[in-house]
Design a protein around this ligand. Sequence first.
Ligand SMILES: Cc1ncc(COP(=O)(O)O)c(C=O)c1O
Length: 369
Amino acid sequence: MQDKSFLMIPGPTPVPESVLVELARHPIGHRSKEFSDIFMYCIEGLKWLGKTKDSDAFIYTASGTGAMEAAIANVLSPGDKVLSLVIGVFGKRFGQIAQTFGAQVEMLTVEMGKVIDLKVLEEKLSQDKNKEIKAVTVTHSETSTGAANDLENISKIVKKHGALLVVDAVTSLGCMNLEIDNWGLDIVVSGSQKGFMIPPGLSFIYVSPKAWEYYKKSKCPKFYWDFSKQKKSLDEQTTPFTPNVSFTSALKIAFEMMRKEGLENIIQRHARLKTRLRTGLKELGLKLLTEDKDASSAITAIYPPGGVSIPDIRSAYKKDWDITVANGQDVLKDKIFRIGHLGFVGDRDIEMTLAVTAKIFEKLSLRGF
Ligand SMILES: Cc1ncc(COP(=O)(O)O)c(C=O)c1O
């Protein structure tokens, strides 16, 4: 049967029917009052989701990496020292973007599946007596491993040092608790195809008053990404360039759903789904990459049972059940598979995935794997 495809990957994530229906409508003019109202509703939604009053929120027509590049281009200057906290593929990407813009990047890298050790970070920053490190980049939920950093305490340590904290919240925002004002996060980026329940194509960025101070001194080139252009237009309730009007309208519908569910309920739902999935997978005898205490609420990475190949596992989910699960990335390619459980995902989806997983491994082992 067609049209029953089901995404259990860490993005793009499943899209609710009301959002799909909205996406089917004719686009509207982006300089209209109607669009301004939709756009401002989304900006307010972003502030609500990130628990901030102090930071500006902007929307770019770009994938998450675009917002990561915007973050770097707007606050750094060539030669600036940056400490990138790397717990996987996306943490490394932030460091690489900063290198591309001429920053001197040091990567504090941990083994895949682990998180940043707070003591090690504290020690590292305390060695920087002359306060040469201008910014620290960090991934909240690392999609390549399913590990989640202790962002609140990382922020406390970085604040003590004084560097700017730049956060990749692409797979945590809308899934896990993140408090921009209370935790003092300076820049936060995210993307539409994750907890936001709409397709890939929009990215989001929050800019704190401290980040604006850095912006004033930044010498990296920028045009499309320039925060000032965004801010000037936002003050006029519009955008500097042609926005993706259809996706912005879809985002409004998604925010209406999120507001109805309530932020704390959304966070609790993701935590519950994570726990249920992890427990169920362990009961099936599967080994997980991350420890429970470090686990992201958005993604779970799983080792295959001995002798079973990741391509065989993925094709069994897809061919027999029309469920897509993800391979590992980089050095974890073909070593683990990943199940995404973020966004428009509920208890039934997790129970179904666990039941299917049991059937798949029964079948693969009966075949003599
Ligand atoms: C944690 C994280 N950071 C950054 C990105 C990059 O986002 P995009 O692929 O939308 O450019 C992703 C995408 O999966 C991600 O999961």
